[in-house]
Design a protein around this ligand. Structure first.
Ligand code: GLN
Length: 243
């Protein structure tokens, strides 16, 4: 088996070690003897999104998001929507997650029209939501507990067209109001959790990888790995945040 990963805007969207998610996915695949390729798609790059199985978009501040609007409007947003409709797997974090929605009105009142692949939108406020976070994925999303870190001014509101990724246990999540965190639509996963999210949440990492492999090869279950260190970090943060 092989998995072709596309890292969208790696030079612009990469906060708090988000790139670690790419390293984590690559290592977890290679440890199982699965070939993996990683291709970065920067502004203006003319790669075909149909050539990939899994897409990753990291976080970025309002400034970086505004920088990307031109590239999105020149065809990339339409290509991303087509890949989503085609059932391709996406992992999107914070600013990248917000960009999968329809629009963002920043705390300065600037309206950004985003990709529009997911039925959600974001509104910026002056008060940021910053700190360690913990949330429980819904059963549809594997049911695991996730520990991470959030830092955003945007409040995200989900429409009826997508489901939350999970329920906030500690921290703010989507908007600090309704207890939801992240979003799931088709094979798109969105979360506010930096950290990066995958290395210290190995069950969720494998859930995302199995999702992408299963779309391509039929139902795939990955063999367990020795996650001693990953689980030590995971359990440590759960204990710390549960206090
Ligand atoms: N610019 C967005 C916000 O502040 C996203 C920030 C981020 O990706 N950490 O809401």
């Amino acid at each position: 088996m092989e998995l072709r990963i596309c890292h969208l805007y790696p030079d612009v969207l990469n906060l708090y070690g988000d790139q670690g998610n790419i390293i984590c996915m690559s290592r977890r695949l290679k440890s199982r003897g699965i070939d993996v390729s990683v291709t970065g798609a920067c502004i203006g790059d003319s790669c075909r999104l149909t050539d990939f199985d899994l897409f990753f978009i990291g976080g970025g501040q309002d400034f970086e998001q505004e920088v990307l609007l031109g590239d999105l409007a020149s065809g990339r947003a339409a290509d991303i929507r087509a890949a989503v409709d085609d059932g391709k797997t996406f992992l999107t974090i914070c600013g990248g997650y917000q960009m999968m929605g329809t629009h963002y009105v920043t705390s300065d009142g600037v309206r950004c029209d985003f990709i529009g692949a997911l039925d959600l939108y974001t509104v910026g406020r002056n008060e940021r939501m910053i700190g360690n976070m913990m949330f429980k994925c819904s059963e549809q999303n594997g049911g695991s507990m996730i520990v991470g870190f959030e830092n955003h001014s945007g409040r995200t509101y989900l429409g009826p067209g997508c489901d939350p990724l999970g329920t906030v246990v500690c921290g703010s999540g989507n908007n600090g109001e309704d207890g939801t965190e992240g979003a799931r639509y088709k094979n798109v996963f969105g979360s506010y959790s930096h950290g990066p999210i995958l290395p210290k949440n190995p069950a969720f990492a494998d859930f995302v990888l199995e999702n992408a492999l299963s779309r391509r090869y039929g139902e795939v279950h990955l063999d367990p790995l020795d996650d001693k260190f990953e689980l030590a970090a995971h359990e440590y943060m759960i204990a710390r945040l549960a206090k």
